[in-house]
Design a protein around this ligand. Sequence first.
Ligand code: NDP
Ligand code: 8X3
Length: 245
Amino acid sequence: MTHVVVTGASSGIGAACARAMHRLGHKLSLGARRSDRLPAVVSDAFCHPLDVTSQPSIERFLAAAIASNGPIDILINNAGLARGVEKVAEATGEAWREMIETNVLGLLEVTRRVLPAMIERKHGHLVVIGSVAGRTTYPSGSVYCASKRALQPICEAIRMETLGSNVRVTSVDPGLVETEFSLVRFRGDQARAAKVYEHTRPLTADDVADCVVFAVTRPPHVNIDNIHVMPTDQAAPAMVHRGGR
Ligand code: NDP
Ligand code: 8X3
């Protein structure tokens, strides 16, 4: 049976991917800092605390996941966040570090521990949740955009480095998705977060999970390099049609 690991499965896109992989009949290992939420996502999944900014936490999580469910077939690198909307000249640097440590270094630290066994077994699929923000920059989003843009060369290099090993690498770059993302970005300010999705029709987390399902269900000789998925009502990060839902 296929073993799927999902990072950041306690909410939003990660939780939707976990549910979608469960519907495919796969065994699941789910990680997040708020691990108390995980059993409600998929009741028979292996659930364990995970903080991708902590190397000991990653090691404990992966060791326990492999002990419970065996070698990892699919890794969905989803854990991530945007923190704040700061212009570079006004920033303190704290949020920059949090975003880079989570979105870039966290993803790399998980991936480098999972890849060798995939290469050895000549089998595996890395899925990376990127963003439209990695393609199009917007003001006050410099470091979030940079953290997502960094995922493109990382995915490309891994594809080159693993060539011949049957390992597949797919990035999925969504536009606006209604999740807890904006609540986290605005540090719990519900009114400000709600404004992001006001009078428009964003993607749902399930829409993004559908893209992941498409990529992982292609035959083994087919690698979907990238899926860029946007709401019909969004043409670019700062260009959203707000004509009502
Ligand atoms: P949510 O805030 O709903 O979910 C984020 C998930 O990431 C949570 O499960 C959270 O778990 C987890 N996470 C954050 N930091 C860590 C950490 N240090 N260690 C482990 N898990 C962590 O937002 P989304 O579902 O929207 O975000 C998921 C991914 O999708 C992110 O990478 C985001 O950048 C990307 N994305 C989101 C878009 C959007 O508009 N919503 C658009 C494009 C991309 P916990 O806090 O419990 O640790
Ligand atoms: C999240 C999408 O446009 O808010 O990655 O940066 S955006």
